[in-house]
Write a protein that binds this ligand. Structure first.
Ligand SMILES: [Ca+2]
Length: 320
């Protein structure tokens, strides 16, 4: 049994790894990739997604272009963290054409065509998902499960002290999504990602030694972020997005998860995008399951297994 899913992504660095999981993990039936404004320039993100499809050797998954800016705010980039999101790799893009249908329409349509079957892995700002909620009141009901990378569980942010990037960029979208009635699982930045989804030098060396196109791709796309991470005191590459895809496909990776009421700050002076994760003692109904602990070693082995696969990219990637 495979898991039908869509990955909604602001493709840079670990988003690419999450796409590789969706494309190559035998448990995944990746139906589409939908693009949303986030990490780096929108068109660069699209190039990164097509490059990831190419290096995976599976260019048949459709790419849909979604919202090019947050619902009400100006776009904020994370180019200081990710560079161009692909480690300076380049690939000719001629003939690579996204679908004509808008990503929000595609999400609404695909969920309605198979009610209760489709899962969404949302690893960028939640703009597309919120727009789909606004467009179709039945959308949340039609989606089987929504796996979100975002927020911190009463921990530190990354773009500000209070906020994780995805929720910070489009807090109104995140707030809309958490009140829409989805079956939500959250993979937070802190503490989960920071403690359990960091690959230190030893693991990075093991991955580089695999010697496959995918391992070289991984090493290159993670290099800029690794440099940034080390400057801010994180000793390795961070993998919140690929972890989010992995826990959908392999529930056994989750060692502990608890029901929370999650809401997102849209009005705070210092806390824009802060995720208030209430753990059950404040009289609020749970609206999400928050992952608290994973099998970190098994997650690493899963990613390494994906990167060990031999693929045959059709197009040459300059720099790989
Ligand atoms: Ca992302």
């Amino acid at each position: 049994m495979t898991v039908p899913l869509v990955i909604d992504t602001d493709t840079a660095q670990d988003d690419c790894v999450a796409l590789l999981v969706g494309l190559l993990d035998p448990a995944a039936d990746l139906r589409a990739i939908t693009m949303v404004a986030g990490n780096v320039g929108f068109d660069q993100q699209v190039r990164n997604a097509f490059m990831t499809l190419n290096v995976a050797g599976t260019p048949a998954v459709p790419v849909y272009l979604g919202c090019r800016r947050p619902l009400v705010r100006e776009w904020v980039s994370a180019e200081d963290v990710h560079g161009d999101g692909s480690g300076g790799l380049a690939m000719a893009q001629e003939g690579l054409v996204p679908e004509a249908e808008h990503a929000v329409d595609a999400l609404v349509r695909m969920a309605a065509e198979a009610p209760g079957e489709l899962s969404i892995v949302a690893i960028g700002p939640l703009t597309n998902i919120a727009a789909a909620v606004v467009k179709d009141p039945g959308f949340a009901r039609n989606v089987k499960s929504l796996f979100i990378m975002g927020g911190s569980n009463n921990g530190r942010g990354n773009i500000t002290a209070a906020a994780e990037f995805n929720f910070y960029v489009d807090p109104e979208a995140a707030k809309t999504v958490f009140s829409a009635g989805f079956e939500i699982t959250v993979v937070p930045w802190d503490p989960l990602t920071l403690r359990q989804a960091v690959f230190g030098q030893e693991r990075l060396d093991e991955i580089a030694a695999l010697g496959t196109p995918l391992s070289r791709f991984f090493t290159r796309i993670c290099a800029a972020t690794l440099e940034f991470d080390r400057r801010v005191g994180i000793d390795g590459t961070t993998h919140p997005d690929s972890l989010t895809a992995a826990v959908l496909l392999h529930p056994e990776l989750v060692r502990r998860a608890s029901p929370y009421h999650v809401d997102v700050e849209t009005a705070g002076e210092l806390t824009r995008g802060y995720s208030a994760m209430s753990w059950g003692v404040h009289g609020l109904e749970p609206n999400a399951r928050v992952v608290e602990e994973i099998d970190s070693e098994a997650f690493y082995e899963l990613i390494k297994g994906v990167l060990a696969r031999e693929t045959a990219p059709e197009r040459e990637i300059t720099g790989l």
